[in-house]
Write a protein that binds this ligand. Structure first.
Ligand code: NAD
Ligand code: DAU
Length: 356
């Protein structure tokens, strides 16, 4: 059995679904079901005896102790986090609570559990911490891509809280010997992503004929990775990663935001043409994100050379699958666009001026 935290969110749920599709080992899935957690995403494994869902908070030490004692997992894969940069600008407190305090609480519960295990289980136990490339800061146009030894220079409340959690994980290994692994991944996209993030937001807005709000000049660069490839990287690191090491995970796909939005419009023009004209007519430049990082790029050679992992999808194949998934799942999309979603859209976009 493995314990997954945040397994009702975008990446965590994709990981749980892929893991269970691989057969075999059961998953205990702990998730607080914040706005970003969605049991509908896990509907296909509802009733699967290999999937046990627990509604709870990683800050709840007593709950963590009880779950670890009852289920005796051989590993913890830690996804649970507040994950959206714009939300961290509007309300950083939740990010410090879940990402820093929650990771601390989970590490402490894991340490107590792990140190009482019999020797063989102690040696086999792993704590895999899922982190982000944003902890490394922003790159200039000609800077080399982030390697695992790049200094940490987080710029947003989100990335600062993730950096803090990475440091805690590192310290729990160096001080207490907890067998940790850390992955720092680039921007993910794919099925079940909440439409607050760039790619799903642009797809749902385009389908609704709404403006496509590009922050600033739209020339910020991200390195995009299909979520299924991120999940396979995590499985690889869990199985074969060297304890105490960090592994950068990326798709070798550096693309500007404007190019992302244009490719989405082109795909939608092909798959769901709009009589009013190309979806690109909806592109609107709006006021930039404060402190907006200009460029991220991942050097993923370590995980490739040491562990033999490579992404299976190119951006062209992954983005087509993703657009098709959103076209095929209008009910999932409609259900997540609840009142709370509408409040967020009003809060984040109403204050942004168009034409900036
Ligand atoms: P998400 O926001 O879609 O999901 C987060 C999940 O965590 C939700 O199900 C939420 O209910 C749960 N959660 C939040 N607070 C919790 C708490 N206190 N206790 C228990 N559960 C809680 O996030 P995501 O995009 O799936 O990201 C998952 C992880 O991967 C995060 O740690 C994030 O930092 C990291 N990451 C994300 C990306 C990306 O592009 N999305 C890239 C690299 C790394
Ligand atoms: O790099 C990994 C990170 O990628 C993860 O750690 C985060 O959890 C994840 O949210 C993501 O962060 P970004 O800030 O890069 O993702 P987001 O989808 O919010 O934005 C991607 C880019 O698109 C960014 O440059 C901001 C821009 N953007 C975003 C939105 C929501 C827009 O131009 N308009 C928008 O409406």
């Amino acid at each position: 059995m493995i314990l997954v935290t945040g397994g009702a969110g975008f990446i965590g749920a994709n990981f749980v679904l892929d893991w269970l599709a691989g057969g075999g080992e059961p998953v205990l899935n702990l998730d607080a079901l914040t706005y970003a957690g969605n049991l509908e995403t896990l509907a296909s494994v509802d009733g699967d005896p290999a999937h046990r869902f627990v509604h709870g908070d990683i800050c709840d030490r007593a709950l963590l102790e009880r779950l670890l004692a009852e289920h005796r997992p051989r590993a913890i894969v830690h996804f649970a986090a507040e994950s959206h940069v714009d939300r961290s600008i509007h309300g950083p407190g939740a990010f410090v609570r879940t990402n820093v305090e929650g990771t601390f609480t989970l590490l402490e519960a894991a340490r107590a559990y792990w140190s009482a295990l019999p020797q063989g289980e102690r040696e086999a136990f792993r704590f895999l911490h899922v982190s982000t490339d944003e902890v490394y800061g922003s790159l200039g146009p000609d800077d080399p891509a982030f390697t695992e030894t790049k200094t940490y220079e987080p710029n947003s409340p989100y990335s600062a809280s993730k950096a803090a959690s990475d440091h805690l994980v590192r310290a729990w290994h160096h001080t207490y010997g907890l067998p940790v692994l850390t992955t720092n991944c680039s921007n993910n996209y794919g099925p079940f992503q909440f439409p607050e993030k760039l790619i799903p937001l642009m797809i749902v807005n385009a389908l609704a004929g709404k403006p496509l709000p590009v922050y600033g000049d739209g020339l910020n660069v991200r390195d995009w990775l299909y979520v299924g490839d991120h999940c396979s990287a995590i499985r690889t690191v869990l199985a074969h990663g060297r304890v105490g090491e960090t592994y950068n995970v990326g798709g070798w796909n550096e693309i500007t935001n404007l190019d992302i939005v244009h490719s989405l419009c082109a795909l939608l023009d092909e798959l769901r043409p709009d009589a009013a004209g190309s979806h690109a007519r909806l592109i609107t430049h709006v006021t930039d994100r404060p402190g907006h990082d200009r460029r991220y790029a991942i050097d993923a050679r370590k995980i490739e050379h040491e562990l033999g992992w490579k992404p299976a999808q190119t951006f062209a194949t992954g983005i087509r699958k993703t657009v098709q998934w959103y076209l095929d799942n209008p009910r999932w999309v409609a259900n997540v666009q609840s009142g709370a979603y509408r409040d967020w859209v009003a809060r984040n976009y109403a204050a942004r001026e168009a034409g900036r």
